[in-house]
Design a protein around this ligand. Structure first.
Ligand SMILES: *Cc1c(COP(=O)(O)O)cnc(C)c1O
Length: 456
């Protein structure tokens, strides 16, 4: 063993001894599973052995313009020459102000106030508390409105409020006793329709149920929370066209605030800057995270309408202040990265250029869809879910112990692609900067990896 190999072996051993990895069964996490990333450039990550991999899930759905994007690197360095951190609690700084102003220029209409935090979970937590408190104290609110409606299969983060709004049993069921109950509407999951419908012939039972639930519970609902267009963590479940628009109409009709959780789908992932734009929808509260800083630093934002904001204005001793704020809220380095991220979107006309890439991705996925153990390929923009099944006819799942999704991603790794599955759904979500040639490679490796594990 040479010095370099010995050093790596030691790193892996130390990592396994000292870190409790997130979302990971540590008992089955072996030295072979530990890939140590040393650097990145563009769409590639490089490990300590110098091997390059396509970053096929954008470093957990965050990266936008690639790693070591010059403009973003520079913006962070320049900010570092000024100050790394100063609080937003009672003070301000230029990056937070400029970032908020630029964000408000592009978010759906009517959203006027940016509340910063650090993660998607906190952005959602803040949205829930804002909606709740607004109803308690605003002139336009209603103090009986103390509950939330959410969707089955929803994922809104891992803190207890966002877990309460979540609907993925594998992640959330354990904590049930700790959570506040929500009114749950069945999300559209057309491949496995909860109402047994099929295309053609879908009667939109999910929307009928949602409307019935709204009619029955509107008097006690502060807000409805939804991942617009795509439920990400559930396995890239794509909502049918018109669904989101209808949900917005129903919220308005029944006087329930709408919270759009665009933590995953925001910043170009669906082919538009925000998913809500596809259906011309403006939520009352918007939660942003992941891609906000271009995938560089932890930064999140909860953006509210002026009406909600005004519901908190009063003399101090009326106690309508929003008593919420995290220590690193609006960190200057993270805001500088976000400003540069938004500038790159505009300067390089990134959204305008993504149509061709999305089409190329659709083409690349076609052969994958014909593999015998691929039940469904779902795509919306750069977001792809490939659902593996034991039997295509019956849509039967593989036994969980087989860890078929995990096996596929290990095969992909051997071939130079880093991806992460959601159960038996293989997820692809490349950075927006990916080239058409790199898209072809991404799809080829995915095809070969699935075939190697599940057969033709
Ligand atoms: C990832 C995600 C979150 C949570 O974000 P964190 O930064 O991991 O806390 C919330 N909502 C959605 C839709 C997400 O995909």
């Amino acid at each position: 063993m040479n010095g370099q190999e010995e050093k790596k072996r030691q790193l892996v051993a130390d990592g396994l001894k000292s870190i409790w990895f997130p979302f990971t069964q540590m008992q089955e996490f072996t030295p072979d599973d530990v890939l140590i990333i040393a650097e990145g450039k563009g769409v590639f990550l490089r490990d300590v052995d110098g091997r390059d991999y396509i970053d096929g899930v954008s470093s957990l759905w965050t990266n936008v313009h690639g790693h070591r994007k010059e403009q973003i690197d520079r913006a962070i360095r320049e900010q570092l020459n000024r100050v790394a951190h100063s609080t937003l609690l009672g003070l301000a700084h230029e990056p937070a102000i400029v970032c908020a102003r630029k964000l408000l220029e592009i978010v759906p209409k009517g959203l006027t106030r940016v509340f910063y935090s650090e993660s998607g979970s906190t952005a959602v937590e803040i949205a829930l508390k804002m909606a709740f408190q607004y109803q308690q104290q605003a002139a336009g609110g209603d103090p009986r409105k103390i509950r939330f409606m959410s969707l089955t299969n929803a994922y809104h983060g891992d803190t207890l409020g966002s877990v309460s709004a979540g609907g993925i049993d594998l992640f959330h069921a354990t904590y049930r006793e700790l959570l506040f109950p929500t009114v749950k509407a069945a999300a559209p999951y057309c491949y496995r329709c909860p109402f047994g419908a099929s295309y053609p012939g879908c009667r939109f039972d999910c929307l009928s149920q949602l409307e019935n639930l709204l009619a029955a519970h509107a008097h006690e609902l502060a807000a409805l929370i939804i991942e617009p267009l795509v439920q990400g963590a559930a396995g890239i479940l794509v909502q049918p066209p018109g669904y989101l628009k209808r949900v917005r109409e129903l919220c308005t009709r029944y006087g329930v605030l709408m919270i759009a959780d665009e933590v995953a789908v925001g910043f170009g992932k669906t082919g538009r800057m925000f998913a809500c734009e596809h259906e011309d929808v403006a939520p009352d509260i918007l939660a942003l995270g992941k891609g906000l800083s271009g995938g560089y630093l932890p930064l999140a934002a909860t953006v509210a309408t002026e009406e909600i904001y005004k519901g908190f204005l009063a003399r101090f001793d009326e106690f309508k202040t929003f008593f919420h704020g995290h220590t690193y809220t609006g960190n200057p380095l993270a805001c500088a990265a976000a400003i540069a991220n938004l500038d790159v979107f505009a300067e390089e006309r990134v959204i305008e250029g993504s149509g061709e890439k999305i089409e190329r991705l659709t083409q690349g996925l076609t052969p994958i869809a014909s593999l015998n153990h691929v039940g469904e390929v779902r795509q919306r923009g750069f977001m792809v879910g490939i659902e593996l099944v034991a039997d295509r006819e019956t849509k039967a799942l593989y036994p969980p112990a087989e860890r078929i999704g995990h096996k596929v991603i290990l095969e992909a790794r051997k071939r130079g692609l880093i991806i992460r599955p959601l159960g038996d759904v293989i997820v692809l979500m490349p950075p927006l900067c990916i080239t058409t040639e790199e898209i072809d490679r991404l799809c080829e490796i995915t095809y070969e990896s699935i075939r190697a594990v599940a057969g033709e």
